[in-house]
Design a protein around this ligand. Structure first.
Ligand SMILES: NC(=O)c1ccc[n+]([C@@H]2O[C@H](COP(=O)([O-])OP(=O)(O)OC[C@H]3O[C@@H](n4cnc5c(N)ncnc54)[C@H](OP(=O)(O)O)[C@@H]3O)[C@@H](O)[C@H]2O)c1
Length: 335
């Protein structure tokens, strides 16, 4: 059996490309006491990984040069030296981009397949869903009849936010980058969806929000968000979840927002999902209930093959995914 890994060879200045990542052979690990040997099945590629490719202080350690990239993944236990897990168990955790990995059983969580397809643990029943739930419900606090605007609305987090805001009885306006995505977000329950690449966002947004904006769930930042601030209602809430439009830029300037925050007495709050670690069970309970009741659905864009993990990751910055971008590396054995 051969083993391979994808390492960070160079820190990007702008867009990440193949120049920054390399596939190389790796030793086949042996599980020590308390460890399991796993075979990679699915990898989640996420925008935040771009930040980890940079040096410098952040809420999470930078990736190390000449070491594998890592992140949320699903794997199958192929041999076990730990009581908690056995051969054949399907597990999730933060794993290196490596085909075979040995690691402590305590760092892995066994997936309960009765809750849904195993891949849901990497999105709607995982960090993505929890990000949408806590960002929207805890910071956004949408009330019935209020207008919620969601940028990046067809993405993994955005598509969950659109649906949770709809469940909360809000009127949802989405913003996304293709006509196909506009249709998708409408199907999720949004009242109006704007294609920011083909429409004038300021004008269309003003028309779509005649009563102003009460909650802005921001996944993208940049020029799209600049058009939202002037429309904020008194006591509006801005949920600063992401700013993908800036991740590949060294500097990013835009209109000043302070005057709009003062005029509207609006709250803007950034967060990372980890802030809510102690409440994950609560979030998970709501998400799995809504999923089971058919109130919540999801879309996946699945790229096939370990070699294609980098391209799937790069595609996030080009808008190539609808819903959650995953990479399928292997089927579980026996399938
Ligand atoms: N705070 C947290 O704890 C937390 C947790 C998870 C994710 N996030 C953030 O939430 C955001 C969404 O993450 P996700 O995992 O759900 O990714 P995603 O939305 O599924 O994928 C990224 C999407 O961003 C859009 N995009 C890319 N470049 C853009 C640009 N320059 N301007 C506008 N839109 C652009 C693309 O869609 P279009 O075709 O519509 O452009 C793309 O499909 C990211 O900013 C991420 O960093 C934050």
């Amino acid at each position: 059996m051969k083993n391979r890994e994808i390492i960070l060879t160079k820190r990007p200045d702008g867009e990440p490309t193949r120049e920054h990542l390399q596939i190389r052979e790796a030793a086949m690990p042996q599980p020590a006491e308390g460890e399991v040997l796993t075979r990679l099945l699915y990898v989640s590629v996420d925008p935040y990984m771009r930040g980890r490719m940079n040096e410098g202080k952040s809420y999470i350690e930078p990736f190390k040069l000449n070491q594998p990239m890592e992140g949320g993944a699903i794997a199958e236990v192929i041999s076990s030296n730990a009581e908690a897990l056995k051969k054949g168990d399907i597990v999730t955790g933060s794993l290196p981009w490596r085909e075979y990995v040995s690691l402590p059983a305590a760092d892995l969580r066994k997936i309960d397949p009765s809750l849904g397809p195993i891949t849901t643990s990497l999105h709607i029943l995982g960090m993505t869903g929890l990000t949408a739930y806590f960002g929207l419900m805890d910071i956004g606090e949408p009330q019935e009849g209020e207008t919620v605007v969601v940028s990046g609305a067809a993405g993994a987090v955005g598509s969950a936010v659109v649906q949770i805001a709809t469940i909360a009885g809000a009127r949802v306006v989405g913003i996304a980058g293709t006509d196909e995505k506009v249709q998708f977000v409408k199907q999720l329950g949004a009242d109006t969806v704007i294609n920011y690449r083909t429409e004038d966002v300021g004008q269309t947004l003003a028309k779509a929000c005649p009563n102003g904006i009460d909650v802005y769930f921001d996944n993208v930042g940049g020029p799209i968000s600049d058009e939202v601030y002037p429309l904020l209602n008194k006591f509006a809430r801005v949920v600063q979840c992401g700013a993908i439009s800036s991740y590949n830029k060294k500097e990013d300037t835009g209109p000043r927002i302070q005057q709009y925050l003062i005029k509207s007495s609006a709250l803007i709050k950034g967060f990372t999902v980890g802030d809510y670690r102690e409440r994950f069970t609560e979030g998970f309970r709501h998400l799995s209930k809504w999923l089971g009741e058919g109130k919540l659905t999801y879309e996946e864009t699945i790229t096939e093959g370990f070699d294609n993990i980098p391209e799937a990751f790069f595609g996030l910055f080009k808008g190539e995914n609808v819903g959650k971008q995953l990479v399928k590396v292997n089927d579980p054995s026996g399938k």
